[in-house]
Design a protein around this ligand. Sequence first.
Ligand code: MRU
Length: 345
Amino acid sequence: MNKVLNPIEFKQDKLFLVDQRKLPLEEIYNEYDSLEGTFEAIKTMVVRGAPCIGFTALFGIALWLKKNTYEPEKLQEAATYLKSARPTAVNLAFEVDRVVEMLKSGELDTDNAYKNVLEFANLQLEEAEAKNRAMAQYAEVELDSLLGKEKYQIQTHCNTGILACGTLGTALGVVQHLGEKERIENVWVDETRPYLQGSRLTAFELMKLGIQHKVVVEGAASYLMKNGLVDAIFTGADRIVANGDTANKVGTSNLAILAKHYNIPFYIVAPSSSFDISTPSGDQIEIEMREEIEILNYKEHRIAPHESEALNPSFDITDGTLITGIISEKGIAKGDYKLTLEGII
Ligand code: MRU
């Protein structure tokens, strides 16, 4: 199988990010040497996807340490600023908070703090591959015990492959894992309006991986499910809270509601860094509102009347009760998530 392309790399004291806004037409890497640049890259979605946002933020903290003298209070200010770039995915806060805590307990000089953060960031990226593979294996066992088919028709939403996760991927990692064993009949790729992560990024990855797929508009989901064209749905998560409510790309909850209606299993796949069990339910998750222009325009071209306004929530909350199972690198949780999630984080 081909490797798609590496979205994040840190070399010679600089961060290189593939500009995901330009994919699939152009493969361009932007170069960053500051925390402010990293903040902008996350906010403007040069880099996106919950796990990749978290890894990028770690490199952003390293870049801050390259330019500033390490003082815990000053670093805390920088961390708070960085965390405000995008509010919904918990991975950003999770990675930033734990590296700030790690430094506080170490009594390090600036040079060593920089080296430690870089080492830590690279280690998280390295370890992600084995974690993603473990999730995919749990998913395969689950599918086989539930459906027992030779090949599967999978539907997915948004983008959860290497571009979102820096490695194999979460929901798309499941697809790649099954694809490697020639167990994919077809992947239905939701185009994922308005940012088109599905048609621009997921389709691009599947094309590079040589996995059979078709792009569909989100509105086709009921048609597909009613006609027996979907065996199971796998999506990622930006935040999973104590009762299993899950924030993911807007449109995910529509899929889960339809899946319940048509009795199709619906799974969330995410690393333990996407879990936030200190939050009781999805009602407490902040949903990022993005600019209206993403909906009213297609690139530079206006498609809606100039007088029209739009509402652009970037995520929605899927009720935990609609989710057949939540899969992390530690296993699969089902049923009453208030009791079962603890076992997989
Ligand atoms: O707005 P994005 O592109 O950063 O959204 C993130 C996503 O791709 C998803 O919602 C995803 O399923 C979680 S990240 C693997």
